[in-house]
Write a new protein. Structure first.
Length: 180
């Protein structure tokens, strides 16, 4: 399962997934035996894709609690940006936002608060930055060139990202609700 201190419901759901895998060997599934519950999470994707498993390994309850602690600390402008971005993710409107401001105005604080909220919902949020130092400031942050396989040396007009559409990174991107 790969999660630290999973909630009882998560353990139960993973157990249902394992039972379903056993039944699958004889050509059946839990859904064939109503009113037997079926797993709610996409455990098969996590088992097959370590990128997805890593992103879903956050403790949802701890992430939710941390978001609740941080939200009241947002100032009015930060709160406006936070609410618009979170609402966009929840409603799946597919918008793009740009937070701008000089150093020290709390952009990273807003980003991390958003991350806690989205991960608290059990969704995937990818935090990327242009440099390793900046990526370290974001919870679970990575450099953009490592996450998206962007070539950084020997660039030519023909250079492009090398993410196969059926690969693990592509699978992760398809399940991602937000990229910061």
């Amino acid at each position: 399962m790969g999660r630290e201190n999973p909630a009882e419901e998560t353990i139960y759901d993973f157990g249902l997934y394992l039972l379903d895998k056993i039944l699958e060997q004889s050509g059946h599934h839990l859904g064939d035996f109503p009113p037997m519950p079926i797993p709610q999470e996409n455990w098969h994707l996590q088992a097959e894709n370590h990128h997805i498993s890593e992103q879903l390994s956050y403790d949802r309850e701890a992430e939710h609690q941390r978001a609740l602690e941080l939200e009241p600390q947002l100032n009015e402008e930060q709160s406006t940006a936070y609410n618009r971005i979170v609402d966009s993710v929840i409603q799946e409107t597919g918008q793009m936002f740009f937070l701008n401001g000089p150093g020290g105005t709390g952009k990273t604080f807003v980003y991390n608060t958003i991350c806690h909220r989205i991960r608290g919902e059990g969704w995937i949020v990818l935090c990327v930055a242009s440099s390793g130092i900046a990526a370290l400031l974001l919870r679970g942050g990575r450099t953009a060139h490592s996450m998206f396989k962007i070539p950084v040396e020997g660039l030519t007009e023909e250079s492009h990202c090398s993410i196969p559409k059926e690969g693990m990174v592509a699978g992760l991107l398809r399940m991602t609700r937000l990229i910061i």
